[in-house]
Design a protein around this ligand. Sequence first.
Ligand code: FEO
Length: 417
Amino acid sequence: MNATTVTPGIFRLSTNVRDILFEGLWPIPNGVSLSSYIVKGDKVAIVDGFCGWDGVPETLLALLSKLNIQVEEIDYVVINHMEPDHSGWLEAFRALRPEFTIVTSAKAVPLLEAFFRLGNQKIRVVGDGDTLDLGQGHVLAFTEIPNVHWPETIATFDTKTGTLMPCDAFGSFGAIEGAPYDDELTPDQFKFFEREAVRYYSNIVAAFSQPTAKAIEKVEKLLGDKVKIIAPAHGIVWRKNPGRIVADYKRYVSYQKGPAKAEVTVIWGSMYGNTASAIPTVIKTLKESGLRWREFQVPRDDIGSILAACWTSTGIVLAMPTYEYKMFPPMAAVVEELAKKKVLNRHVFRLGSYGWSGGAQTELDEIVRRHKAGWSFVSPVEFKGKPTEADLDLIEKRVRGLAARVHYAILRADKRR
Ligand code: FEO
């Protein structure tokens, strides 16, 4: 846990969480940071809550004491977002400090009641354009950013320092050891957080890419002039170059509809090694194509990593056997999740083994159609049992065809940019 000064009057309280599944679902092999921000004028506000997983009062009191702030000084708790990684500490905080006002959106109020049974708690409802004057020039301005990542989400902006606290927007996975600020990171740390931002975006925010695009549009107009620092609830604080994370997020949004990068993600599963025996041919052909590729096996590899790879890939190879007249079940689960997260308009090649009959393609087509994923398929290659030399030759040809489509899609996108 850590307490640092973002800029005079704004302080970051942060802790790292590891060894959990985020949202009870997503593996976070490199952990995640959870941050709150204290804004100190004559009155004191704490924006977002981070302590749900790390202990209130112990963690909170220890961090506040580093900043010479008493818990009794906190007048306002700004709930930007009701998801419990932000709000889960409220009950414990109330036990410590009963007299304070919650500042949040109208949509959050019924959820507050449902989650915490807050009774006669003082609540101030804010929406687009509303402000809260803390004194000493610190005026908080609120903006609704619905569906980034829940419908009730708001962003909080300190007008004095130009610090935007956008909650989940512009965040990333990855525990922060030491420096939390972009002006203190090494090039390797930037690379690490870029990877973790893609993982975070694809796992948590992806399905809400269009609302995220609207939030980015709002922020972009204010960058440099009004917004000088971006301080998300997860990940590093951007106070040297906030435009960098805004541009990164803009790219992540654009990957939803494709084309994304010149990359192909290969996902395969195999029951007895027959489908697996075709994978070396796929990989060899991709290597020759000059495209970047990544390989995952289901159900061995985690869905969060697969989703992150597919989000930045323009091409996808799905290799799996038919199982009980349908897709190999762990592959069906992956495809369903890719479609739900709106990994759209990808170029896809499917191959796989069957015994008595095929059927995998029928289920794959049904999922893609139901979710309107818009995937464009290279003709599939199915083989009975083990692939023959002729099957492998055909697979090689189809992978070359997929690579050509990916190259062409990237070329066309580059020309448009
Ligand atoms: Fe950081 Fe939507 O929770």
